[in-house]
Design a protein around this ligand. Structure first.
Ligand code: 9F8
Length: 158
């Protein structure tokens, strides 16, 4: 059974994430979407809320399992017995950091990193930029799934 990990904070999941996850789900028997628990980072949604949103918006693919992890991503991959990671690349600016991480991760663990080009429609999109715009009342519909848009507006208005 061919399995791969798709890691991120997903605070919240965007259509850019979903594009990569959906395309990856067509290439593997199972995609484990790994939600990073980062206690140092102030998040808008709790890990549980992020997991619930991811499960809801990926259910249609049929082969997505959402898990949480803390610490090193490669330790998670090893624990799961998964030999590879898929990362979405939005722009050249992503590449330098992601290449270093891929080389480090491989050196530490032998876990491979495969890069997938993001749909140009979402190459400007990140969860942090999205939250910034939404926080000031900007319209972010179309950049996140409807379910996430509703939660985002409620959380920011709340
Ligand atoms: C483009 C892109 C960035 N990330 C990490 C974003 C994050 O850390 O929340 C992804 C995770 C899954 C699929 C695509 C992406």
């Amino acid at each position: 059974m061919r399995r791969v990990v798709c890691p991120g904070s997903f605070d919240p999941v965007t259509n850019g994430h979903l594009d990569i996850i959906g395309r990856t789900s067509r290439l593997y028997d199972e995609v484990v979407v790994a939600v990073l628990i980062n206690i140092e980072k102030q998040s808008l949604f709790t890990v549980e809320e992020r997991i619930e949103m991811l499960q809801a918006v990926t259910r249609e693919y049929g082969n997505i399992r959402v898990e949480k992890f803390h610490g090193l991503l490669v330790d998670f991959c090893k624990q799961q017995g998964i030999p590879a990671i898929v990362k979405g690349l939005r722009a050249v600016s992503d590449f330098d950091y992601e290449l270093q991480m891929a080389q480090l991760n491989y050196r530490m663990s032998g876990v491979e990193t495969l890069f997938m080009s993001t749909n140009p429609e979402y190459s400007f999109l990140s969860s942090s930029r999205l939250k910034e715009i939404a926080r000031y009342g900007g319209d972010v519909s179309g950049l996140v799934p409807d379910l996430v848009h509703k939660s985002l507006v409620e959380r920011l208005r709340g």
